[in-house]
Ligand binder design. Structure first.
Ligand code: PXG
Length: 293
């Protein structure tokens, strides 16, 4: 029991043996897609949503995943089952496959499927208690008319460039804007603000990935009767918010207490955030597709 990797038909438990062709266009051109999925308490959280998003990303790239969503879901299940882990992180990658040194995807035979089921690297607990310091990055988020952010592609270069800025600034995370300067999201997380009890988050068309955790938060807010407005925001709106937090499959809900040296609220994770996080954690305990009998 331990890490398990599915690689084009084989289950591999030794990381060193999980190797692929350097002619894979996923490697040569970032031509492929991925999902990052959590397993909580023996259940794959929001599994159907992640699988649907994967197949939508594939469709957008005219990449035909060589099996049905049901088959790939079952193989993903089996990969997790073989780890024996009750809490895990799944990285599901589909690339265009092995081709030649030209761009032409027709030269690639069959798309490659890689599933990594590994133990989860949690964010340090104190980050949830103390909150993150973030900075606005000069690297802009992809424009939807260039590469739609709904496609969770293997090309994350803008986000990586933003992360390099974050590291240079000694911050925890970065705020990415769209080419017009509207707030989009962090480098791999969506953003929410709270002002006078109302919750705000950037709308889809501004150029954000419609995160699955983002949708969970919208659902929880509805359940609690919290008013939510999806609208364009500028950095000023973030600076003057009462609360700011990020959401993502890996980060879950994580508070932000400093943005470009502006202290958010009283500099501590706020009450709305705490309430939402508690409900989210509750949700992860019993929701999801069971891996084990
Ligand atoms: N925005 C972007 C750009 C993302 O890549 C999210 C928001 C949050 O989406 P979900 O569906 O996870 O709530 C993502 C998440 C990781 C990892 O290690 C995750 C992402 C990208 C890179 C790494 O978990 N995507």
């Amino acid at each position: 029991m331990g890490l398990c990797i599915y690689l084009n038909g084989e289950f591999i438990t030794d990381k060193k043996l999980a190797v692929t062709s350097i002619y894979d266009h996923g490697f040569l051109y970032g031509d492929g897609i991925f999902e990052g999925i959590r397993v909580y308490n023996g259940r794959i959280f929001m599994f159907e949503e992640h699988m649907k998003r994967l197949y939508d990303s594939a469709k957008s790239l005219a990449l035909t995943i060589p099996m049905s969503i049901e088959e790939l879901s079952e193989i993903t299940m089996e990969t997790v089952r073989r780890t024996g882990y009750r809490d895990a992180y799944i990285r599901l990658v589909v690339s265009r496959g092995e081709g030649d040194l030209g761009l032409d995807p027709r030269k690639c035979g069959r798309p490659s499927i890689y599933i990594i089921a590994d133990s989860i690297q949690l964010y340090p607990k104190e980050k949830y208690d103390v909150g993150l310091t973030i900075v606005t990055c000069s690297t802009r988020r992809n424009s939807p008319d260039v590469l739609c952010p709904q496609v969770k592609s293997l090309n994350y270069l803008n986000n990586i460039l933003a992360k390099i800025e974050v590291n240079r600034a000694g911050a925890d995370e970065g705020l990415m804007l769209n080419p017009r300067g509207y707030v989009c999201e962090a480098t791999a997380d969506n953003i929410f603000t709270i002002k006078n009890g109302t919750m705000f988050t950037p709308p889809p068309f501004v150029g954000v990935l419609l995160g699955i955790t983002r949708q969970c938060v919208l659902d929880i807010a509805e359940k609690f009767g919290i008013k939510v407005i999806e609208r364009n925001m500028v950095v000023h709106d973030v600076y003057v918010a009462d609360e700011v937090f990020l959401t993502g499959s890996a980060a879950e809900l994580i508070p932000v207490i400093n943005v470009d040296d502006r202290i958010i609220g009283d500099g501590k994770p706020g009450p709305v955030f705490k309430k939402l996080l508690a409900e989210f954690r509750e949700m992860t305990k019993h929701r999801g597709a069971p891996v084990y009998d």
